[in-house]
Design a binder for this molecule. Structure first.
Ligand code: SAM
Length: 359
């Protein structure tokens, strides 16, 4: 899977070199490319922001660098040769290097060399050459992750209003010729585990990290004419920038890729996992020793009775969900609950009969 991340703080992504995701990058399962948005500016100060139209506090990210960055990463169909990356001139002009204007075989650009501390070499190793090597972007991303699943698994559009393939055909996405653009924003639709699962089946994602008061809205609007665009929120709070949000999403997506986790089964037992755990929180977990500070592990977990243990885990998941997130249970279709589930929920104080559950 290829991930392009555009940011004004490439160094924020150094953690992607460690742990599971670092290993996935080194083994080629995950091809992460971090790009400095300022490489697509043309003025001496490498300006990416300006005052908001209509007045008000704060600054807004200018559309020009974002437009050029996206043009370089995702060649337009009317100009299919990818730019070799951001121009390096320092003039005031904003039109010096049109999309695709630079020769594809030119030297590695700043974006392709992954400015910032994000292990430039590692980003590419094992994944073939960067766009400047002569291969076009569309040539580069035709292989990889189950193209069929990439589209069939998408289901309802997760985007902020756009259809799943807005501006791109299903075939273009499945073959990796066109990525999905993901824009973190508090005004987006909530990011969920179901989105992580859906994104993990796609071959190519591009993340746009906003700062200040966000990105000029025309950037998403224009991008939507040629690729699917999702505006997603990490929650009902406001971060200083999109970098942390992207780190969170990349970790949630990356750990779902086949081969990344040592035990693939562990994701199916997770809170929110599609299937039996959908809309449920995982219950408590324990390890050795059997008694710690006079607190014993529940006997059932030492019993060796797999069926009884599974039942106990589900009961605990139901109880914890009632305590912490009762609104999740309201989303459960009544038919996924057996009699025992209903008894546990009732006992935990959650109404389960008939009209009390979501229909
Ligand atoms: N003025 C914006 C608003 O009220 O919706 C907030 C902008 S915020 C200070 C700057 C950037 O941080 C956003 O463009 C986005 O990239 C990121 N961000 C902040 N909170 C976020 C959240 N809850 N989810 C995802 N991204 C967030």
């Amino acid at each position: 899977m290829r991930l392009d991340i555009v940011t004004i703080f490439p160094e924020y992504f150094a953690p992607l070199d460690i742990s599971l995701l670092g290993k996935a990058r080194r083994t080629g399962l995950l091809d992460v490319r971090v790009h400095d948005l300022r490489d697509w500016t043309h003025d001496r100060h490498r300006t990416v922001d300006d005052t908001p139209y209509g007045g008000g506090p704060g600054m807004v990210m200018k559309p020009d660098p974002w437009g050029e960055a996206l043009d370089a990463l995702v060649p337009r169909s009317d100009n299919p040769t990818p730019s070799s990356g951001p121009p390096s001139d320092d003039s005031a002009s904003t039109d010096k290097t049109p999309p695709g204007g630079a020769p594809p075989g030119g030297g590695a650009s700043a974006s392709e060399t992954f400015t910032g501390g994000v292990s430039p070499g590692g980003a590419v190793s094992g994944r073939g050459a960067p766009p400047s090597s002569g291969a076009s972007a569309s040539e580069m991303f035709t292989g990889g992750v189950s193209p069929g699943g990439a589209v069939s698994g998408r289901g309802a559009p997760p985007g902020g209003g756009g259809s799943p393939g807005d501006g791109a055909s299903a075939g273009e996405m499945a073959s990796g010729r066109v990525p999905r653009l993901i824009i973190p924003t508090p005004s987006g639709r909530p990011f969920t585990q179901a989105d992580a699962v859906r994104y993990a089946a796609e071959p190519w994602l591009v993340f746009a990290c906003g700062r200040y008061e966000g990105i000029d809205s025309r950037v998403a609007e224009e991008a939507r004419t040629r690729m699917p665009v999702d505006e997603v929120s990490l929650g009902d709070f406001v971060l200083a920038g999109g970098e942390v949000a992207v780190l969170v999403m990349v970790e949630a997506i990356g750990r779902l890729l086949p081969g990344v986790l040592g035990n693939a089964d562990s994701v199916t037992d997770d809170s929110f996992a599609p299937g039996a755990m959908e809309s449920l929180l995982e219950g408590p977990v324990y390890t050795k020793p059997p008694v710690w500070r006079e607190r014993p592990v529940p006997d059932i977990l030492l019993s060796g009775h797999h069926g009884a243990i599974a039942r106990w885990r589900r009961d605990e998941a139901l109880r914890r969900t009632v305590r912490h997130r009762p609104e999740l249970l309201s989303r459960l279709a009544p038919e996924v609950l057996d009699e025992h589930d209903r008894a546990v929920l009732r006992e935990a104080g959650f109404p389960v009969d008939g009209e009390d559950m979501a229909d």
